[in-house]
Design a protein. Structure first.
Length: 269
Protein backbone atom coordinates (compact mmCIF):
# COMPACT_ATOMS: atom_id res chain seq x y z
CA UNK A 1 0.00 0.00 0.00
CA UNK A 2 1.03 3.60 -0.26
CA UNK A 3 2.70 4.33 3.05
CA UNK A 4 4.89 6.89 4.75
CA UNK A 5 7.59 6.63 7.37
CA UNK A 6 10.10 3.88 8.15
CA UNK A 7 7.71 1.87 10.34
CA UNK A 8 5.08 1.78 7.63
CA UNK A 9 7.62 0.78 5.02
CA UNK A 10 8.91 -2.07 7.12
CA UNK A 11 5.40 -3.32 7.76
CA UNK A 12 4.62 -3.79 4.10
CA UNK A 13 8.09 -4.53 2.81
CA UNK A 14 8.53 -1.41 0.69
CA UNK A 15 11.90 0.08 1.50
CA UNK A 16 13.18 0.92 -1.95
CA UNK A 17 14.90 4.26 -2.44
CA UNK A 18 14.53 4.11 -6.23
CA UNK A 19 11.82 2.96 -8.60
CA UNK A 20 12.20 0.32 -11.31
CA UNK A 21 13.77 2.85 -13.64
CA UNK A 22 16.31 3.98 -11.07
CA UNK A 23 14.54 7.24 -10.22
CA UNK A 24 14.53 8.30 -6.55
CA UNK A 25 11.46 7.54 -4.48
CA UNK A 26 11.02 9.92 -1.58
CA UNK A 27 8.83 8.94 1.36
CA UNK A 28 7.01 11.59 3.38
CA UNK A 29 5.43 11.61 6.80
CA UNK A 30 1.74 10.74 6.95
CA UNK A 31 -0.60 13.53 7.98
CA UNK A 32 -3.06 11.08 9.57
CA UNK A 33 -3.30 7.34 10.04
CA UNK A 34 -5.66 7.03 7.07
CA UNK A 35 -3.68 9.40 4.79
CA UNK A 36 -0.40 8.42 3.16
CA UNK A 37 1.88 10.27 0.79
CA UNK A 38 4.50 8.88 -1.54
CA UNK A 39 6.65 10.77 -4.02
CA UNK A 40 7.16 8.88 -7.28
CA UNK A 41 8.75 9.64 -10.62
CA UNK A 42 6.29 10.02 -13.51
CA UNK A 43 7.79 9.24 -16.89
CA UNK A 44 4.79 10.85 -18.58
CA UNK A 45 5.22 14.10 -16.66
CA UNK A 46 9.02 13.84 -16.52
CA UNK A 47 9.16 14.81 -12.86
CA UNK A 48 8.49 13.57 -9.34
CA UNK A 49 4.88 13.75 -8.22
CA UNK A 50 3.11 13.39 -4.89
CA UNK A 51 0.65 10.50 -4.70
CA UNK A 52 -1.80 10.86 -1.82
CA UNK A 53 -3.95 7.92 -0.71
CA UNK A 54 -6.94 8.48 1.58
CA UNK A 55 -8.85 5.55 3.04
CA UNK A 56 -11.56 5.37 5.70
CA UNK A 57 -10.31 5.18 9.28
CA UNK A 58 -9.59 1.66 10.50
CA UNK A 59 -10.18 0.14 7.05
CA UNK A 60 -7.26 -1.67 5.31
CA UNK A 61 -6.34 -0.32 1.89
CA UNK A 62 -6.08 -3.69 0.19
CA UNK A 63 -9.11 -4.56 -1.92
CA UNK A 64 -10.74 -1.13 -1.78
CA UNK A 65 -12.21 0.41 -4.94
CA UNK A 66 -10.18 3.47 -5.94
CA UNK A 67 -11.47 6.88 -7.06
CA UNK A 68 -9.07 9.42 -8.54
CA UNK A 69 -9.42 12.89 -7.02
CA UNK A 70 -8.05 15.49 -9.44
CA UNK A 71 -6.97 18.90 -8.19
CA UNK A 72 -7.79 22.28 -9.63
CA UNK A 73 -5.71 24.89 -11.43
CA UNK A 74 -2.52 25.84 -9.57
CA UNK A 75 -3.29 23.14 -7.01
CA UNK A 76 -1.64 19.82 -6.22
CA UNK A 77 -2.34 16.41 -4.74
CA UNK A 78 -1.95 17.68 -1.18
CA UNK A 79 -5.12 19.74 -1.61
CA UNK A 80 -7.04 16.52 -1.05
CA UNK A 81 -6.03 16.18 2.60
CA UNK A 82 -8.24 19.08 3.69
CA UNK A 83 -11.55 17.62 4.83
CA UNK A 84 -11.74 14.56 2.61
CA UNK A 85 -10.20 12.07 5.10
CA UNK A 86 -12.81 13.06 7.70
CA UNK A 87 -15.79 13.14 5.33
CA UNK A 88 -14.91 9.77 3.79
CA UNK A 89 -14.36 8.16 7.19
CA UNK A 90 -17.55 9.58 8.68
CA UNK A 91 -19.76 8.44 5.81
CA UNK A 92 -18.32 4.93 5.89
CA UNK A 93 -18.57 4.70 9.69
CA UNK A 94 -22.21 5.81 9.53
CA UNK A 95 -22.97 3.07 7.00
CA UNK A 96 -23.98 5.57 4.33
CA UNK A 97 -21.52 4.23 1.75
CA UNK A 98 -19.18 1.25 1.37
CA UNK A 99 -15.48 1.91 1.97
CA UNK A 100 -13.31 3.07 -0.92
CA UNK A 101 -10.03 4.90 -1.44
CA UNK A 102 -9.46 8.38 -2.81
CA UNK A 103 -6.21 8.80 -4.72
CA UNK A 104 -4.78 12.20 -5.62
CA UNK A 105 -1.70 12.86 -7.73
CA UNK A 106 0.10 15.99 -8.94
CA UNK A 107 -1.11 16.77 -12.44
CA UNK A 108 0.59 20.11 -13.07
CA UNK A 109 -0.58 23.65 -12.35
CA UNK A 110 -2.30 24.60 -15.60
CA UNK A 111 -2.47 21.76 -18.11
CA UNK A 112 -6.15 20.79 -17.78
CA UNK A 113 -5.05 17.18 -17.37
CA UNK A 114 -4.10 16.72 -21.02
CA UNK A 115 -0.91 16.34 -23.00
CA UNK A 116 1.33 19.39 -23.10
CA UNK A 117 4.84 19.62 -24.56
CA UNK A 118 6.99 17.42 -22.32
CA UNK A 119 4.20 16.87 -19.79
CA UNK A 120 1.39 14.33 -20.27
CA UNK A 121 -0.81 14.18 -17.18
CA UNK A 122 -3.51 12.09 -18.86
CA UNK A 123 -1.05 9.35 -19.82
CA UNK A 124 0.16 9.36 -16.22
CA UNK A 125 -3.41 8.69 -15.06
CA UNK A 126 -4.16 6.07 -17.69
CA UNK A 127 -0.86 4.18 -17.75
CA UNK A 128 1.30 4.89 -14.71
CA UNK A 129 -1.22 5.19 -11.87
CA UNK A 130 -2.62 1.65 -12.39
CA UNK A 131 0.95 0.32 -12.46
CA UNK A 132 1.87 2.12 -9.24
CA UNK A 133 -1.22 0.76 -7.52
CA UNK A 134 -0.69 -2.77 -8.81
CA UNK A 135 2.90 -2.76 -7.54
CA UNK A 136 1.49 -2.02 -4.08
CA UNK A 137 -1.22 -4.66 -4.19
CA UNK A 138 -4.00 -2.13 -4.73
CA UNK A 139 -6.79 -1.90 -7.28
CA UNK A 140 -6.79 0.28 -10.40
CA UNK A 141 -9.13 3.31 -10.37
CA UNK A 142 -12.80 2.64 -11.09
CA UNK A 143 -14.05 6.21 -10.59
CA UNK A 144 -12.83 9.78 -10.98
CA UNK A 145 -13.74 13.14 -9.51
CA UNK A 146 -12.32 16.62 -9.35
CA UNK A 147 -12.75 20.30 -8.65
CA UNK A 148 -12.60 23.06 -11.29
CA UNK A 149 -9.77 22.07 -13.68
CA UNK A 150 -9.87 18.70 -11.93
CA UNK A 151 -13.57 18.36 -12.76
CA UNK A 152 -12.72 19.04 -16.40
CA UNK A 153 -9.97 16.41 -16.14
CA UNK A 154 -12.25 13.84 -14.50
CA UNK A 155 -14.70 14.11 -17.40
CA UNK A 156 -11.89 13.80 -19.96
CA UNK A 157 -10.47 10.79 -18.08
CA UNK A 158 -13.92 9.16 -18.04
CA UNK A 159 -14.17 9.61 -21.79
CA UNK A 160 -10.71 8.13 -22.37
CA UNK A 161 -11.46 5.11 -20.19
CA UNK A 162 -14.63 4.38 -22.17
CA UNK A 163 -12.75 4.77 -25.45
CA UNK A 164 -10.21 2.21 -24.18
CA UNK A 165 -12.99 -0.25 -23.45
CA UNK A 166 -12.53 0.02 -19.68
CA UNK A 167 -15.30 2.38 -18.53
CA UNK A 168 -15.54 3.84 -15.06
CA UNK A 169 -18.27 3.08 -12.57
CA UNK A 170 -18.86 6.73 -11.63
CA UNK A 171 -17.55 10.27 -12.03
CA UNK A 172 -18.06 13.53 -10.17
CA UNK A 173 -17.24 17.16 -10.90
CA UNK A 174 -17.46 20.21 -8.66
CA UNK A 175 -17.50 23.55 -10.49
CA UNK A 176 -15.94 21.94 -13.59
CA UNK A 177 -13.88 24.44 -15.60
CA UNK A 178 -16.09 24.27 -18.68
CA UNK A 179 -15.65 27.41 -20.76
CA UNK A 180 -18.25 28.02 -23.43
CA UNK A 181 -16.04 29.90 -25.89
CA UNK A 182 -12.44 29.93 -27.05
CA UNK A 183 -11.95 33.59 -26.11
CA UNK A 184 -12.23 32.71 -22.42
CA UNK A 185 -10.40 29.40 -22.66
CA UNK A 186 -7.48 30.98 -24.50
CA UNK A 187 -6.80 33.20 -21.46
CA UNK A 188 -5.87 30.07 -19.49
CA UNK A 189 -2.99 29.33 -21.89
CA UNK A 190 -3.61 25.63 -21.40
CA UNK A 191 -4.24 24.72 -25.05
CA UNK A 192 -2.12 25.44 -28.10
CA UNK A 193 -5.09 26.49 -30.23
CA UNK A 194 -8.86 26.26 -30.49
CA UNK A 195 -8.77 22.99 -32.40
CA UNK A 196 -6.82 21.29 -29.63
CA UNK A 197 -9.32 22.53 -27.04
CA UNK A 198 -12.43 21.50 -28.99
CA UNK A 199 -10.96 18.02 -29.50
CA UNK A 200 -10.84 17.60 -25.71
CA UNK A 201 -13.59 19.85 -24.28
CA UNK A 202 -16.18 17.66 -22.47
CA UNK A 203 -19.02 19.93 -23.63
CA UNK A 204 -18.29 18.86 -27.21
CA UNK A 205 -18.06 15.14 -26.46
CA UNK A 206 -21.07 14.42 -24.28
CA UNK A 207 -21.93 11.19 -26.11
CA UNK A 208 -18.45 9.83 -25.40
CA UNK A 209 -19.39 9.50 -21.72
CA UNK A 210 -22.07 6.91 -22.48
CA UNK A 211 -24.41 6.08 -19.61
CA UNK A 212 -21.82 6.69 -16.90
CA UNK A 213 -23.32 7.80 -13.55
CA UNK A 214 -22.16 11.40 -13.13
CA UNK A 215 -22.67 13.87 -10.30
CA UNK A 216 -22.20 17.61 -10.89
CA UNK A 217 -22.16 20.50 -8.42
CA UNK A 218 -21.72 24.22 -9.07
CA UNK A 219 -22.56 27.41 -7.21
CA UNK A 220 -24.94 29.64 -9.10
CA UNK A 221 -22.54 32.54 -8.61
CA UNK A 222 -19.58 30.56 -9.95
CA UNK A 223 -17.82 31.81 -13.09
CA UNK A 224 -18.30 28.34 -14.60
CA UNK A 225 -22.03 28.14 -13.99
CA UNK A 226 -22.92 28.77 -17.64
CA UNK A 227 -20.76 25.89 -18.85
CA UNK A 228 -21.98 23.66 -16.03
CA UNK A 229 -25.62 24.37 -16.82
CA UNK A 230 -24.95 23.58 -20.47
CA UNK A 231 -23.33 20.29 -19.44
CA UNK A 232 -26.31 19.44 -17.20
CA UNK A 233 -28.74 20.21 -20.03
CA UNK A 234 -26.85 18.13 -22.59
CA UNK A 235 -25.51 15.26 -20.48
CA UNK A 236 -28.49 14.84 -18.13
CA UNK A 237 -26.21 13.64 -15.31
CA UNK A 238 -27.42 11.28 -12.61
CA UNK A 239 -27.27 14.09 -10.04
CA UNK A 240 -26.93 17.83 -10.54
CA UNK A 241 -26.87 20.62 -7.97
CA UNK A 242 -26.73 24.36 -8.64
CA UNK A 243 -27.17 26.12 -5.32
CA UNK A 244 -25.96 29.46 -3.92
CA UNK A 245 -22.19 29.69 -3.93
CA UNK A 246 -19.14 30.98 -5.72
CA UNK A 247 -15.89 29.46 -7.00
CA UNK A 248 -14.20 29.19 -3.63
CA UNK A 249 -13.33 26.83 -0.78
CA UNK A 250 -16.52 27.65 1.09
CA UNK A 251 -18.63 26.15 -1.68
CA UNK A 252 -16.21 23.31 -2.37
CA UNK A 253 -16.30 22.20 1.28
CA UNK A 254 -20.08 22.18 1.09
CA UNK A 255 -20.16 20.06 -2.06
CA UNK A 256 -17.31 17.64 -1.37
CA UNK A 257 -19.09 15.51 1.27
CA UNK A 258 -21.98 15.08 -1.20
CA UNK A 259 -19.52 14.09 -3.92
CA UNK A 260 -17.92 11.48 -1.63
CA UNK A 261 -21.34 9.97 -0.93
CA UNK A 262 -22.30 10.03 -4.62
CA UNK A 263 -19.18 8.15 -5.64
CA UNK A 264 -19.60 5.62 -2.84
CA UNK A 265 -23.24 5.02 -3.80
CA UNK A 266 -22.25 4.05 -7.35
CA UNK A 267 -19.30 1.75 -6.73
CA UNK A 268 -19.80 -2.00 -6.98
CA UNK A 269 -17.51 -5.04 -6.58
Amino acid sequence: MLTSGAAGLAAVGLGLSTDSAGHPVEQRVSLAKNVSVERLYSRARKENVDVVAIRPRDVPAEGLPVCLMLHGRFGDAMDSVSGLPVWLSNSVAAGKIPPFMLLAVDGGPNNYWHRRPGDDAMSMLLDEVPQWLNERGLNAPVAAAGISMGGFGALVYARRRRELGDPLQAAGAIAPALHTNWREMRKRRAFTNEAEWTAIDPLRHIDSLGDLPIGVWCGNGDRFIEGTRRFIRLARPTYASTTPGRHNKTYFRKALPELVDFIGDHLHP
